[in-house]
Design a protein around this ligand. Structure first.
Ligand code: C2E
Ligand code: CA
Ligand code: CA
Length: 755
């Protein structure tokens, strides 16, 4: 009833009266209209004029007020008043306009329509008032014929209804957008589709019965695919309800008008296009229900909002995929594998499972020499070879550029199964390529921590071992090894902190001349006092420090301390005393060693001839020009050199003869095994004789008893060091020791080489 001719009473639509639709039925739509007039006649003629007429699908329910004041009272009480028809002049000339102001400004009723009329021409309100107070119509009472009343009222009510429905849609949209945002995080595509359909039904004020279809541009041949149907609709589809193709036709038509409603004979459809080309088609059954009023712009906003939701979901899905899959090969990545391993452990299924890491040998070189395209093709070929070789129960993943992982039952992942796969050349860009690999393996049950990262770390550790082994391209993870590695790492971290936190210090052990027991020097030995627990001996931390290169810093620290201490002792009147400092092979071979040593000697101001470096037999015997040159340079500086633990290595006498070494140090193990009976035949005896023949000094370490000292003296060993004379001591203790040492006062003179 949108078109009507106000000139013709016959065109008026009357409410059907009768048993089917009694006027008072509760479900009949009613428009509440308030007449405000001090003239009773106006009330009557209005009611009479509209009696029984249908306006905008409903009947008018009248409210009456005789004055502006009464009207105001009434409007404060009553809800949903669609229209106020009022007389401009009532209590006073402005009463009507004042009431209008109050309705709009004080009561805030913006939706309610207002029609003004007046019995007195000349009292017309100003144009400004009509505009400012949103007044629908202005009439003189003489114009109020039945036709006019009807036209006026129905046009005002139509406007009211539109305003109302736009407001309702707006609220609905707000709700929909909120729900849409929640739907976006819905992982399941079907649940998302169903959620959107439900929102669509709510928008159109329909019960949710219908279907959601998807057009996928990547699968054009498949046409529109059904994503989900509501329960009732499903049954109807199955009963071949759509045998006439009406549902499909409507949906196909809707694809052409994306974002707008497409009305079919039995339903209504809306297509929502996502940026990636996918289109979601919503279809709702309208056979038993009427579509609620909804503004086109609201539908558009609805479609745009869910299109954005689809884009976001697509983006999320891609991110999700990228997070777990390798882009080049489409294989699960390290993260995926790690989570899968986690699952294996949480479900307690690790028994019998193996994890293998397969590292392509020299992949970097292959890539560089033959180009990345070849490298990529090689990876693809290898992935395919592995995929074919292992069965479906095993997972194949790519955990780094050139490392693949296989996780599965022992029977599949065992080396006997893996290795033959690399015995036949691969076909890479139509060339034959042999690929050699290194494999690290672990049994999942061997891993201590029972989680993905730990299992991967174990396999990587095995891989490192395999690479270090050089021979054989395969290694198993050994839990024992891991514990040692762990300890080493802890120790190293502690040591690093100790170095910085001055928890490393140096102790000094006296060296004496066996003939008269006079003090001739000291050996500097490093100590580590951890913040808690017992002191840690150098035997435990020096090897670790050597593996990490931290030994350089430690060595320089000891050198600096020892030189400073020696300078101090010399100043105190103990001139000529010698300081022996241990130098590790790593430190010795470092190119900066000589220079750093010179700096330290210069800074301390000691005579380099009073400094002795204890080097190992292996350095001394190393037949490298560089080592020779360094030894010569040290000797040239006047620094003395001693071979520590002499006799424990395999010294070549020929080499030893030409070596710029001043002293041989008999290891304490050989002192310990000394006995009177075989003195000359003992290793200590041999070293002493050798020294004599090669004109090298000899010192024995680890002398603990008078017997040992006496015997060594008789054997011709000139110098000794050991607990018998003094333990390694910190400086303050050492000074007291020196004071107390009986021989010190008589002959505290310099014993310089050759002097
Ligand atoms: P080393 O150079 O053979 O040092 C002699 C070791 O014998 C020292 O152990 C010393 O405390 C110990 N000792 C001294 N007299 C006796 C004795 O009468 N009986 C027994 N049983 N032992 C005695 P320490 O201080 O634990 O040092 C162990 C090793 O650590 C040293 O063996 C040396 O190879 C290394 N080291 C110590 N300090 C340093 C350093 O500053 N730099 C480097 N590179 N290595 C060091
Ligand atoms: Ca030593
Ligand atoms: Ca030694």
């Amino acid at each position: 009833m949108t078109q009507h001719d106000p000139q013709s009473d016959e065109q008026f639509l009357f409410a059907e009266e009768g048993p089917d639709n009694p006027e008072g039925a509760a479900n009949v739509l009613r428009w509440r209209c308030l007449i405000v007039d001090d003239d009773e006649g106006v009330h009557q003629s209005m009611v009479f004029a509209m009696n029984g007429l249908v306006v905008e699908g409903g009947l008018i329910e009248w409210l009456h007020a005789n004055s502006a004041r009464e009207a105001l009272d009434l409007l404060q009480r009553e809800q949903d008043v669609a229209l106020v028809v009022l007389d401009v002049v009532m209590e006073h000339e402005q009463a009507g306009l004042d009431l209008v102001k109050a309705i709009r400004n004080d009561l805030g009723l913006t939706d309610t329509r207002i029609i003004l009329h007046t019995g007195q021409p000349g009292f017309a309100p100003e144009i400004a008032a009509i505009r400012d107070y949103d007044i629908n119509d202005y009439r003189t009472k003489s114009e109020l014929t039945r036709n006019h009343i009807y036209t006026c009222l129905s046009s005002a009510i139509r406007t009211y209804r539109q305003i109302r429905s736009i407001e309702a849609s707006r609220q609905q949209l707000r709700r929909i957008i909120q729900t849409g945002s929640a739907l976006m995080s819905q992982d399941d595509d079907i649940a998302f589709a169903r959620g959107v359909l439900e929102q669509f039904a709510a928008l159109l004020q329909l019960a949710c019965s219908g279907v959601v279809l998807l057009q996928n541009p990547q699968d054009a041949a498949a046409g529109l695919q059904v994503l989900c149907t509501t329960a009732g609709f499903q049954a109807e589809l199955e009963q071949a309800d759509d045998s006439d193709g009406s549902v499909r036709d409507c949906c196909l038509r809707s694809l052409a008008v994306c974002g707008a409603l497409e009305r079919g004979a039995q339903g209504i459809a809306l297509s929502i296009p996502a940026r990636d080309g996918q289109v979601l088609v919503l279809y709702l059954d309208t056979r038993r229900q009427t579509v609620g009023q909804v503004d086109d712009s609201v539908v558009e906003t609805f479609a745009a909002h869910f299109a954005a939701c689809m884009d976001n979901r697509a983006l999320l899905a891609r991110l999700q995929h990228d997070a777990f899959f390798d882009r080049l090969l489409g294989l699960p990545n390290r993260r995926y594998l790690s989570e899968q391993l986690d699952e294996v452990y949480t479900s307690g299924k690790q028994a019998g499972l193996l994890l293998a890491l397969i590292d392509i040998d020299r992949f970097g070189e292959i890539n560089e020499a033959l180009g990345q395209t070849f490298g990529d093709a090689l990876l693809r070929a290898l992935a395919q070879r592995l995929r074919q070789g292992i069965q479906v129960e095993a997972t194949l993943a790519r955990v780094s550029a050139d490392i693949f992982a296989v996780l599965g039952p022992a029977a599949i992942v065992e080396p006997e199964c893996l290795l033959p796969m690399f015995a036949v050349p691969l076909s890479v860009l139509s060339e034959e390529a042999m690929v050699s690999v290194t494999i690290g393996l672990t049994r999942l049950s061997d891993v201590e921590a029972d989680d993905g990262p730990a299992a991967l770390e174990a396999a990587f550790q095995a891989l490192r071992t395999a690479k270090a082994n050089q021979r054989g391209q395969l290694a198993w993870y050994a839990p024992e090894l891991s514990r040692q590695t762990h300890e080493r790492v802890n120790l190293l971290n502690g040591l690093r902190q100790a170095l910085r936190g001055e928890r490393l210090f140096v102790v000094y052990q006296p060296q004496i001349a066996l003939s008269d027991r006079r003090l001739i020097g000291f050996e500097a030995l490093v100590r580590w006092r951890p913040e808690s627990g017992d002191p840690i001996g150098p035997d435990r931390f020096i090897p670790v420090a050597e593996q990490s290169g931290l030994i350089r810093e430690i060595g320089l620290f000891v050198l600096r301390q020892a030189c400073a201490v020696l300078a101090g002792l010399h100043r105190d009147g103990l001139a000529g005393l010698r300081m022996a400092v241990n130098v590790s092979a790593i430190q010795f071979r470092h190119p900066a060693f000589l220079h750093e040593l010179q700096q330290i000697i210069l800074a301390s101001g000691i005579d380099p001839r009073c400094l002795e470096l204890e080097i190992t037999e292996s350095i001394a015997m190393e037949d490298a020009a560089y080592v020779r040159e360094t030894l010569d340079a040290l000797h040239g500086m006047g620094i003395q050199l001693a071979i520590d633990d002499f006799g424990t290595g395999y010294s070549s006498l020929a080499q030893l003869k030409g070596l710029a070494v001043d002293r041989l140090k008999i290891d304490k193990a050989f002192v310990k095994e000394l006995s009177e009976a075989e003195a000359d035949a003992s290793i200590a005896g041999v070293v002493i004789q050798l020294g004599r023949r090669l004109r090298k000094e000899v010192i024995a370490e680890g002398v603990e008893t008078e017997d040992q000292a006496a015997l060594l003296g008789r054997m011709g060993c000139p110098e000794a060091q050991g607990y018998l004379f003094g333990r390694p001591m910190p400086l303050d203790e050492l000074r007291k020791w020196i004071e107390a040492w009986p021989a010190h006062r008589q002959r505290a003179t310099a014993v310089l080489p050759g002097g």
